[in-house]
Design a protein. Structure first.
Length: 308
């Protein structure tokens, strides 16, 4: 019986290696064709789900709509987007917030407070919940303070309190109005009574603005609750709110369990609070710059006449 001629393993390896390098006959004829049909990765954040209808919305379309869904839900946004939508042509000067002592109580609730801060900073790219900008809003010079709910629920701690005071001082130094976009779940429990002290400190800063006859406008966004509502969120000369924003001290579930009553539809939502006189006006996000500019321009008219 004739024996099959053994195949030279080196020749076989060279042939296979040549095929891999050449990519087949199609690649030799049209080198660019093979890459055209390569599998492409789809970004994970390409689509955003509407929390009201479940509709999948193309992310770029949602950004073009200022993060307002077709159903009218005003999605939560961070300081960068808020400044871009609020200031004229998206142009502004970023102002720094003072540094504070971190974790003064050495607090741990199963996870060290310092680790929670580090995780929040990595996720948001911000040092804390407050961001400050200065620029023109519908032609009116103003300092704008934005509270970021993505940073530990926008909780009010020492850094947030110092941020508010720094924004008020910047408005005083420049003799311009202050606008605060609020979004918070309340005081920061990891800082105990030190966080509650910020309610009084921010109130004193607002009194300084009032003494200087400088307008202070508040835009309540979803959600604004707890100690923030009990302090600077309700001390403005004018209170605007985005549609559907949850605004209150305790949440609806806590209230229902406490009073053992079923709350009316839309309770603590901005539209309900306009009817009760707690909010002056519900304003769509795209209209906020013009409305704020008109109100602040009117409130500053007296100062302009005095200066003249």
């Amino acid at each position: 019986m004739a024996m099959a001629e053994p195949q030279d393993p080196k020749k076989g390896d060279k042939k296979q290696a040549g095929d891999r390098r050449g990519g087949g006959w199609l690649s030799r004829i049209a080198p660019g064709v093979r890459g055209a049909f390569a599998k492409r990765e789809t970004p994970e954040n390409l689509w955003v789900k509407c929390p009201d209808t479940g509709e999948m919305i193309f992310r770029s379309d949602l950004e073009a709509a200022l993060w307002v869904t077709p159903a009218g839900r005003h999605m939560r946004i961070g300081p960068e987007a808020r400044f871009k939508f609020t200031f004229d042509d998206g142009q502004y000067e970023a102002l720094p917030s003072p540094a504070v002592v971190e974790d003064p109580l050495k607090f741990s609730d199963g996870k060290p407070y310092k680790d929670r801060l580090a995780a929040a900073r990595k996720a948001t790219g911000e040092q804390d919940a407050m961001a400050i900008g200065y620029g023109k809003v519908a032609g009116v010079d103003a300092v704008v303070l934005v509270q970021d709910f993505a940073f530990m629920g926008g909780s009010l701690g020492m850094a947030a309190g110092e941020g508010f005071i720094a924004a008020a001082k910047a408005a005083l130094d420049r003799q311009v109005p202050l606008i605060a976009f609020t979004a918070a779940g309340g005081a920061r429990m990891q800082e105990g009574a030190l966080s509650l002290m910020q309610m009084a400190r921010t109130t004193l800063a607002i009194n300084e603005l009032k003494d200087a006859a400088l307008p202070y406008a508040v835009v309540l966004t979803d959600p604004t609750t707890g100690g923030v509502t009990a302090s600077y969120a309700m001390l403005g000369d004018v209170h605007l709110a985005e549609p559907g924003a949850l605004i209150g001290f305790a949440g609806p579930r806590v209230i229902e369990q406490t009073i053992r009553e079923t709350l009316p539809p839309g309770f603590q939502r901005s539209e309900y609070l306009v009817e009760k006189g707690m909010v002056d006006r519900v304003t769509h996000r795209k209209e906020l710059p013009q409305v704020l500019g008109s109100i602040l321009g009117t409130l500053m008219m007296g100062r302009s006449r005095k200066a003249a």
